[in-house]
Design a protein around this ligand. Structure first.
Ligand code: MG
Length: 391
C-alpha cells in the first residue's frame, strides 16, 4: 500500500477548533511558562469518514514562529481550500508547496487526512507510513524548576512512574549545577538536556561544564539559525549535539550534517510539515549516520499518538521524550491512550487511523473557538479576522 496513492474522497467539511487544556503543573522553558495548553484541532469529514489532526503550535511564537492564530489563518484561508482540489494523499504535497512555511498548520491538515484515510481503509497510520511497531523506551521532558530540590523530586517522580530516560530543560543560570545534582542522585539514569537555543558561544564555560556530566546529548544549545556555532561547539565537546528547532527541512538537515553540527535529530512532525515529511527526514538522517528520536510538544493524546506512529519507523533508532499525556494534562481529549509498560515503553495504538478515540464531549466542553471552513472560504478574502472566539 503506497500512502500517497490513497484516495482522499470528497472533503465535505473542514472544522478548526481551539481547545484549552489545563496543565497539571505549569511547564517552563527558557522562553515562557504555561499554565494551560491551548491546542488547535482540525477535523475533516469525507463521505462518511472523519479524521482529526492536531496542530503543534503554541499560543506564543516561542518555540518556532507559528502560533495558533497564524496556523488557523493559514489553514482556513489557504490549506483547506487547496484540499478541495486534492484527489489522492500525494496531492497534498503540491497543495502544501504552494504555501511557503507554516509547517505546523500543514502537519495538522495532513494528520487529519491521514487519520481519515486510515479509518476508511481500516489501516493504522503506522502502516501507512511504512512503520513496524517495536518496543521503544519513552522519556520525560522536565521543565525549568524553581529549585534543585524541586527538580530532584520531579525526576524521582518520573523514574518512579517507570520512565527510563529523562530530559531536563536548561538555560543560562539554570544548567550545570542542577543537572549535576540530578546526575549525582541518579548516576545511571540516561539523561540529556535541552536549552531551546538559549545559549550563545559566550556561555562556552557552562556548555563545557555540562559536557562532563555523562549526558546522552545536548539538545539545541544555540539559536536555531546558528548552524555554524553548533559546528564550532561540536568540536569542543564530546557530548553529541542534537538539533531540534534548527531542522525544519531536508535542506536544513543537509546543511547541518555538512557542517558537522548534528549527531542526533529530534524529529517532530509539526516542525517539519507533517508525518510524511518527517518520514523522509528520518530516512535521510539515518543515511547520513545521524541518530533520530521523536520528540513531543505537550500535545494532547491525539498529537502524541501521531508521535507514537512516527516512532515505529525503522529509521527512528532512539527513544525520545514522548510520555503519557496524563503526566501533564489534567484532562485529555482522547480515550484509550496506551499505558507505560514494565520496560518503560509505550505501544503504538493499534486501531485504524491514528488509533485513538476523540471524546466529543470533552472537545465540546473545552472549546474556546470554533470555525467551520465552508466552500465559501475557497476565496481567502472571504476569511476576515472576525472569528468566532468564545464559542
Ligand atoms: Mg527541544
Amino acid at each position: 500500500m503506497v500512502v500517497e496513492e490513497l484516495e482522499i474522497g470528497r472533503i465535505e467539511r473542514v472544522e478548526l477548533r481551539v481547545v484549552g487544556l489545563p496543565l497539571v503543573t505549569p511547564f517552563a522553558t527558557a522562553a515562557e511558562a504555561r499554565a494551560t495548553r491551548d491546542v488547535l484541532l482540525v477535523r475533516v469529514d469525507s463521505e462518511g469518514a472523519i479524521g482529526w489532526g492536531e496542530c503543534g503550535a503554541f499560543a506564543q511564537p516561542s518555540y518556532t514562529a507559528e502560533t495558533i492564530v497564524t496556523a488557523r489563518h493559514v489553514l482556513a484561508a489557504f490549506l483547506a481550500p487547496a484540499l478541495t482540489g486534492a484527489r489522492i494523499v500525494g496531492d497534498l504535497r503540491a497543495a502544501f508547496t504552494a504555501v511557503r512555511g507554516h509547517p505546523m498548520a500543514k502537519a495538522a491538515m495532513e494528520g487529519a487526512v491521514l487519520d481519515m484515510v486510515g479509518r476508511r481503509h481500516g489501516q493504522p497510520v503506522w502502516r501507512l507510513l511504512g512503520g513496524s511497531p517495536r518496543p521503544m523506551p519513552s522519556g520525560v521532558a522536565i521543565g525549568l524548576q524553581p529549585s534543585a530540590e524541586a527538580l530532584l523530586e520531579a525526576v524521582g517522580q518520573a523514574v518512579a512512574e517507570g520512565y527510563r530516560q529523562v530530559k531536563l530543560k536548561v538555560r543560562p543560570g539554570w544548567a550545570a549545577e542542577p543537572v549535576r545534582a540530578v546526575r549525582e542522585r541518579f548516576p545511571d539514569l540516561p539523561l540529556w538536556v535541552d536549552a531551546n537555543g538559549s545559549f550563545t558561544m559566550a556561555d562556552l564555560d557552562t556548555l563545557l561544564a555540562l559536557d562532563g556530566l555523562g549526558l546522552r546529548m545536548i539538545e539545541q544549545p544555540l539559536p536555531a539559525s546558528d548552524l555554524v556555532g553548533h559546528a564550532r561547539l561540536a568540536v569542543q565537546i564530546e557530548t553529541p549535539l542534537c538539533l531540534d528547532e534548527s531542522v525544519e527541512s531536508l535542506g536544513d538537515l543537509e546543511a547541518a550534517a555538512a557542517l558537522g553540527a548534528v549527531r542526533v535529530l529530534n524529529l517532530k512532525p509539526g516542525r517539519v510539515g507533517g508525518l510524511l515529511a518527517a518520514c523522509q527526514l528520518a530516512r535521510h538522517a539515518r543515511e547520513l549516520g545521524i541518530g533520530v528520536f521523536v520528540g513531543g510538544m505537550l500535545e494532547s493524546g491525539l498529537g502524541r499518538a501521531a508521535c507514537l506512529h512516527l516512532q515505529t519507523l525503522p529509521a527512528v533508532n532512539l527513544g525520545g521524550d514522548v510520555s503519557v499525556p496524563g503526566r501533564y494534562l489534567q484532562e485529555d481529549l482522547v480515550r484509550s491512550w496506551p499505558a507505560l509498560d514494565a520496560e518503560g515503553c509505550l505501544d503504538v495504538p493499534s486501531g485504524p487511523g491514528i488509533g485513538v478515540e476523540v471524546l466529543d464531549e470533552v472537545v465540546t466542553r473545552r472549546t474556546l473557538a470554533l470555525e467551520i471552513v465552508g466552500d465559501s472560504c475557497v476565496d481567502p478574502r472571504a476569511h476576515g479576522p472576525a472569528l468566532d472566539e468564545g464559542a
